[in-house]
Ligand binder design. Structure first.
Ligand code: AMP
Ligand code: MG
Length: 350
């Protein structure tokens, strides 16, 4: 298939919307990462998204809307809590998992009786959705398992020839995917961390927010005992991990081609360990890439992380050495969630 490359002019956005209306696939920018859009209410269109991405069919999609009130097309009733969340965070990088209406096809929600909904904070995304006139299912526009795309060029690298069109807009402002918050049951639970943190949400709704316990797992299905925001990687006091509530969280994710090791510890030690490992590995002929963010620069880390992974892959490095971020900060925790998955939970403490 020939993939059209569109720009963000009115004519091209109209063309993008037309493709979506007719059941086609269009990738477009949002403030988080680029999304691969399809009409969320058209099961055949949604099936093509799974196919183009190579995404497992039990991994549900986030449905994007351009007016907050359109959530009424997808869910039967709004609680006070949901209304407060919408008022505080939409448009923005917060996805709400709510009970689904029968009109939402099972394929869109991976067979679940809930649907994940978000109103993005990006002019181009909002315009495309408005012009298409239907809710748009849009998972990240990458091949399943690869780092999420934060630039149009990343989408072209992964999906050229597999989808109808790519709207080539600006680089994504946030750089990691939205916070996914389950509000379909009594306790609001973060299923995927993002730049909207538990603290932000608690301040808005005046309720305690929990984390899905699998966020503290070590990739082997075991949890540490420090499920307080610690990463549970110390392997002590292991217990069996429950099944993740967010099906997508169980799959291999964000993996660069290179092998990757995270170095965690006191800052100076991390720096010297990275230097030591770099020299050692270069001595045996390996090409080594380093990802080391400024200590408190969590927002910058979120913005750059996926794009750094892709750059290092382009440079054909064999090994990536990455400095751990503090998980005491909510945004740091969100970036560490991606970093751990990228490395296959390969972490060395110094
Ligand atoms: P992506 O579209 O790549 O940003 O991934 C969407 C994430 O939202 C995945 O981790 C999904 O498992 C999660 N998700 C989507 N719908 C639901 C739902 N109804 N319940 C729980 N998690 C969901
Ligand atoms: Mg994704």
């Amino acid at each position: 298939m020939k993939t059209q490359q569109l720009n963000t002019s009115d004519t091209d956005l109209q063309a993008a919307a037309c493709i979506l209306k007719n059941g086609g696939l269009v990738a477009f920018p949002t403030e988080t990462v680029y999304g691969l859009g399809a009409n969320a209410l058209d099961p055949e269109a949604v099936a093509k998204v799974y196919e183009a991405k190579g995404r497992p069919s039990d991994n549900p999609m986030i449905v994007h809307i351009s007016r907050a009130s359109d959530i009424g097309q997808l869910t039967p009733a709004l609680s006070q809590r949901i209304i407060k969340l919408i008022e505080n965070f939409w448009p923005g990088p917060l996805t709400l998992v709510v009970p689904k209406k029968a009109e939402v096809p099972d394929i869109t929600t991976g067979g679940l009786d809930t649907v994940a909904v978000r109103m993005p904070d990006d002019k181009v995304a909002l315009k495309i959705i408005t012009l298409a006139g239907c809710p748009i299912a849009a998972p990240s526009a990458n091949l399943s398992g690869k780092p999420s795309p934060t630039k149009a060029s990343h989408v072209i690298d992964d999906l050229d020839g597999k989808i109808d069109a790519i709207v080539c807009g600006a680089d994504c402002r946030v750089g990691i995917e939205s916070t996914v918050l389950d509000v379909s049951s009594e306790v609001a639970t973060i299923l995927r961390p993002g730049i909207i943190t538990a603290e932000n949400i608690e301040a808005a709704i005046g309720e305690t927010v929990e984390f899905d316990p699998t966020l503290f797992a070590d990739g082997q299905g075991t949890l540490g005992l420090n499920g307080q925001g610690g990463l549970g990687l110390n392997g002590q006091g292991e217990m069996n991990s429950p099944a993740p509530k967010s099906p997508g969280m169980k799959y291999k994710h964000y993996a660069p081609n290179a092998q990757m090791t995270i170095i965690e510890g006191q800052r100076d030690r991390v720096k010297s360990e990275i230097e030591r490992l770099k020299v050692l590995n270069e001595r045996i002929g390996l090409k080594v890439g380093v990802i080391l963010f400024e200590e408190q620069a969590f927002i910058e880390a979120a913005h750059d992380f996926f794009s750094n992974l892709r750059e290092l892959d382009e440079q054909n490095v064999d090994l990536i050495l990455a400095g751990a971020l503090s998980d005491k900060d909510g945004v740091g925790f969100a970036v560490m969630n991606r970093m751990l998955k990228s490395s296959g939970y390969n972490i060395a403490k110094v």
